[in-house]
Design a protein. Structure first.
Length: 95
C-alpha cells in the first residue's frame, strides 16, 4: 500500500521541528538542514516538504519522514508515527 503526504495528520516539517534540526536555507518546496547522520553543519540535508522525504547530499542518507524520526530515536516507523502524532496534535487547551 502506497502512502501519500496527505495521508498523515502531520508533515515532515513537524518532524524537523520535533527533532530540532537547524534550518540553513529555505526554498519553495524544501529546506536545507544540518545532517544529523553525518554531522555536516553546512546544511547539506534537503527536506522536501511537498513529498515528505529527505536526503543528505553529503552522506547520501535518505528516506521518508517516519524513517527520519525513527532512525534518530532508535525506534520503529510505527512507533515514530505514534510519537509524532502525540507531539504534533493540538492539546485540548488549544482547541
Amino acid at each position: 500500500m502506497d502512502s501519500y503526504p496527505g495521508d498523515f495528520p502531520f508533515g515532515i516539517m513537524d518532524v524537523v521541528e520535533l527533532l530540532h534540526l537547524r534550518i540553513r536555507r529555505r526554498q519553495a518546496n524544501s529546506v536545507y538542514v544540518d545532517c544529523p547522520f553525518c554531522g555536516d553543519r553546512r546544511g547539506k540535508m534537503n527536506v522536501n516538504f511537498v513529498k515528505n522525504v529527505w536526503r543528505c547530499n553529503y552522506c547520501d542518507e535518505h528516506g521518508g519522514m517516519l524513517a527520519l524520526y525513527a532512525r534518530l530515536n532508535n525506534t520503529t516507523t510505527s512507533d515514530a508515527y505514534w510519537d509524532c502524532l502525540l507531539y504534533t496534535s493540538p492539546s485540548p487547551r488549544d482547541a
